[in-house]
Design a binder for this molecule. Structure first.
Ligand code: NAP
Length: 239
């Protein structure tokens, strides 16, 4: 699981699971490039990682093709790409705001297409792309129809991409509930919902960004794994 002298781009690396992936890649010797929309968030993340000369960032909105092109132009030699970026919405189907649904599709699914389209050609031999799906595909929550839909689309997208971009390997991580900023929207309910879920899960706890970082390194470095969804969910699919 060594990444010395490798360059890893993490789109979504400014927070949460992406930050966990960046931390894991740094710990294994990689140079990292964080991508995300908020320059401030990226600066904070680089500082927290203490990445020094092995870390830099590029402001990129994954829904904008020109941004994605610019990202890869600014990082000419890439070994691995991980993508956690998404702007998803939980809403009841009967009241779903179409613009919020479009944002979900544009960021998670079409964003993945843009990364594969422009990043695939840039990767050095042995390279890989890791996208992010999620447990909502298998265990939908009320109001989560579009979250499950875009995650499920990623499950399918990586299979086609793994065939078409070969020998570049293309996989996806499927997180269960992971303690990140994504959950801040539920405010004070977060602690009680997390402890309820932790009691149900076979592993007895909620996931951490580092759990997902560890799994992402496996997908980057295992040369025989492609077209695979790696479930890192504490057994959530079975409870
Ligand atoms: N946390 C969980 O429990 C959980 C469970 C299942 C699946 N997931 C999936 O895991 C992924 C990461 O989630 P997380 O928990 O790490 O959330 P997070 O902390 O909110 O991270 C998402 C990152 O993506 C960036 N981003 C969002 N939209 C973007 C865009 N259009 N272009 C570029 N960057 C963008 C955000 O930064 P900016 O806002 O600065 O762009 C942010 O740093 C998501 O795809 C989510 O669906 C998470």
């Amino acid at each position: 699981m060594d990444l010395s002298n490798r360059t890893v781009i993490v789109v979504g690396g400014g927070s949460g699971i992406g930050l966990g992936i960046a931390r894991a890649a740094l710990a294994r010797g990689a140079r990292i490039v964080l991508g995300g929309r908020s320059r401030e968030k990226l600066d904070r993340a680089l500082e927290a990682l203490e990445a020094g000369e092995r870390g830099r960032s590029v402001a990129v909105d994954i829904t904008q093709e020109a941004d994605v092109v610019r990202l890869f132009e600014s990082v000419p030699e890439v070994d691995h790409i991980a993508v956690t970026a998404a702007t998803l919405a939980y809403q009841p189907i009967r009241e779903f705001d179409l613009e919020a649904a479009r944002r979900a599709v544009r960021s998670k699914l079409l964003g993945a297409l843009l990364i594969a389209k422009h990043g695939g050609a840039r990767l050095r031999p042995g390279g890989s792309i890791t996208f992010t799906t999620g447990v909502a595909t298998d265990r939908p929550l009320p109001r989560g129809s579009m979250v499950g839909a875009v995650n499920g689309a990623i499950d399918c997208f990586i299979r086609g991409a793994a065939i078409e971009l070969a020998p570049i390997r293309v996989n996806a991580l499927s997180p269960g509930w992971v303690d990140t900023e994504l959950w801040d929207v539920i405010g004070a309910d977060k602690a009680s919902r997390f402890s309820g879920m932790a009691q149900r899960l076979p592993v007895g706890r909620i996931g951490t960004p580092d759990d997902l970082g560890h799994a992402a390194i496996f997908l980057m470095t295992n040369g025989f794994t492609t077209g695979t969804v790696l479930h890192v969910d504490g057994g959530h699919r079975f409870v």
